[in-house]
Design a protein around this ligand. Structure first.
Ligand SMILES: Cc1cc2nc3c(=O)[nH]c(=O)nc-3n(C[C@H](O)[C@H](O)[C@H](O)COP(=O)(O)OP(=O)(O)OC[C@H]3O[C@@H](n4cnc5c(N)ncnc54)[C@H](O)[C@@H]3O)c2cc1C
Length: 364
């Protein structure tokens, strides 16, 4: 085994890396490359958080899988890494501990199985009965839930600010990538060369679909609403309610196949209707406060197996995306995996987990 100093890239590592997209995936990559001793360049079409990573708050919650141990292990590792890194980012953590309420009768058994999985640190997952959920939420609920101690709510803007500071930045929309002489050339719609780089990582959320050329990603548009001056959460069921610091973010809608969503009062009504049956007192407080002051939409990029894409697409070309609804949990660890692949350093993922997220499972 080759001995390497931490933070020192091996000779074969690229001298220049372009990251397309300044959402949580791109920001996580900027941080991960900096950790490996490389200052990358993030190319963003609009502004940081312009896509799905720009809501006022985000839940950092793992995908719960009672049946597939390796998926559970992947998300347990991702949550542990994300929680550590968010705790170190100034002003990023809004609240620790997230309650996942039972949504269907089978969830009680499913939550018990999840809590018993050996992938979680001691005491990280606790099944609560209806009384304990009622006490935690300060309103009567009729079901139990799973208290995820290490899950959290974060302020995306604070995370993006801290981590994107570790990269150079270019504002441009890349529409074409060309390979030649061991380098990638990135062009905008006018045919202007935006940048040349030895390594490129597509971290453009739903925008990566057009650049990948393979029909792997599917769009699921969504709207979330913010009401000022109302406290609650963080709690999730089919919907979610997350404190923002000044108010509450709640929702969200899921509209498959929609790529160009516009926020609407109809979607706000659907979001309130998601809250009302599970947390009627919270829904009443939202309505009494005058309803949402901010409604925002974005497009989630999803994959057929609902696992992210993290790995190589071709020579010097990589992807970190397909985050679905869990980008804030999965991105920090998977960015370290992709950065390690690019730089030729050891990955934090084992071979099995790397295969589960590899784009080759769809493109090979
Ligand atoms: C309503 C809603 C609520 C959500 N809530 C949560 C939550 O609580 N927790 C959670 O983990 N996830 C949540 N998600 C999902 C989460 O937002 C995504 O998983 C995550 O933001 C994806 O991050 P990303 O960096 O891959 O993509 P994005 O955040 O979409 O970033 C992609 C960036 O790339 C840029 N870009 C696109 N194309 C190009 C191009 N050609 N050239 C240059 N730049 C380009 C875009 O402008 C954008 O800034 C939610 C999603 C929605 C819609």
């Amino acid at each position: 085994l080759e001995a390497r100093l931490p933070g020192v890239a091996p000779d074969a590592a690229p001298a220049s890396v372009a990251i397309l997209g300044a959402g949580i995936a791109g920001a996580s990559l900027a941080r991960a490359f900096a950790d490996l001793g490389l200052r990358s360049t993030v190319i963003e079409a609009d502004r940081p958080g312009a896509g799905a990573s720009g809501f006022a708050a985000a839940l950092v919650t793992p995908r719960l899988d009672a049946g597939d141990r390796s998926i559970a292990a992947l998300y347990a590792s991702a949550l542990e890494r994300a929680a550590t890194l968010y705790a170190a980012a100034p002003d990023a953590v809004l609240s620790k501990g997230v309650l996942q309420l039972e949504q269907a009768p089978r969830d009680a058994g499913r939550h018990a199985k999840v809590a018993a999985q050996d992938v979680w640190p001691e005491g990280a997952m606790t099944v609560l009965d209806a009384d304990a959920c009622t006490a935690r939420l300060a309103e009567p609920v009729e079901t139990g839930g799973l208290l995820m101690r290490d899950a959290m709510a974060v302020r995306p803007a604070a995370v993006l600010k801290a981590w994107l500071a570790e990269a150079d930045r270019i504002q441009a929309t890349v529409v074409r990538l060309e390979r030649g002489d061991g380098r990638w050339r990135l062009f905008d719609a006018a045919g202007v060369l935006v940048m040349e780089a030895e390594g490129v990582v597509l971290a453009a959320g739903w925008g990566a679909a057009a650049l990948m050329g393979e029909p792997v990603l599917s769009p699921v548009a969504g709207q979330a609403d913010v009401v000022e001056g109302v406290e609650g959460g963080p709690v999730a069921w089919g919907g979610y309610a997350v404190p923002t610091g000044q108010g509450l973010l709640y929702g969200a809608t899921h509209d498959r196949g929609v790529t160009d969503p516009v926020s609407s009062e109809a979607a706000s009504a659907r979001n309130l209707a998601t809250v009302a049956p599970r947390l009627p007192e919270l829904a009443t407080r939202i309505a009494a406060a005058g309803g949402p002051t901010v409604s925002r939409t974005a497009v989630r990029a999803t994959t057929p197996d609902r696992l992210p894409l993290a790995g190589a697409l071709g020579d010097g070309l990589y992807v970190l995306g397909g985050m679905g609804s869990r980008g804030f949990c999965a991105s920090p660890l998977l960015a370290e995996h992709v950065a390690a692949m690019v730089m030729g350093t050891p990955s934090p993922l084992g071979r099995d987990l790397a295969a589960r997220v590899s784009p080759a499972r769809f493109t090979a």
